[in-house]
Design a protein around this ligand. Structure first.
Ligand SMILES: [Zn+2]
Length: 171
């Protein structure tokens, strides 16, 4: 979770609250003015205060729009995070025959999907489920070919002595 995002929403909220507080005290000042003994330039002062109040309310309004947008974005981000954690929980760390670490879909939560492996680099760094595929000794990440993982170590065949067609009777 990106906590700086939450911090900036809280910052917006407290700025909006501060602006609301300012508008409330302007309203109080107008009320006080209307209740008190009328002085010659009271009307002028009241007009100025109402003007200030209008400006303050516009600012509050704008801040509320910003704030609700930020809250919506934050809620989307939390949902994304939650979806990611749920999906990640379907995989477990798997050690290949050659001691490489990858993630493998758990059989009990496969829901009919073929059991497959995903790239740990992409998953941990980019929160991306990228399959690693290939039937040779290595499986390669579909997103970045530099991410490859050794599953087996088939001995290199000697020229003219391919294991499939070599037999001790061939002389
Ligand atoms: Zn990858």
């Amino acid at each position: 979770m990106d906590f700086s995002q939450i911090e900036s929403v809280l910052g917006l909220a407290s700025t909006a609250l501060g602006a609301t507080g300012k508008a409330v005290s302007t309203v109080e000042a107008v009320k006080k003015l209307l209740k008190g003994d009328k002085k010659p330039d009271d009307n002028n002062e009241a007009a100025n205060l109402l003007n200030t109040l209008a400006t303050e309310l516009t600012a509050v309004n704008m801040m509320n729009v910003q704030l609700s947008e930020a809250l919506r974005e934050l809620s989307r981000e939390l949902k994304r995070q939650d979806d990611f954690e749920k999906e990640k929980a379907r995989y477990s760390l798997f050690e290949t025959g050659e001691r490489d670490m990858v993630f493998k879909l758990k059989e009990d939560v496969a829901h009919g999907q073929p059991i497959h492996f995903v790239c740990p680099v992409c998953l941990n760094r980019d929160k991306l489920f990228s399959y690693i595929t290939g039937e040779d000794d290595y499986k390669i990440c579909q997103t970045d070919k530099a991410h490859f993982f050794k599953f087996r170590d088939t001995p290199i065949r000697q020229p003219g002595r391919a294991r499939t067609d070599w037999s001790p009777h061939d002389f």
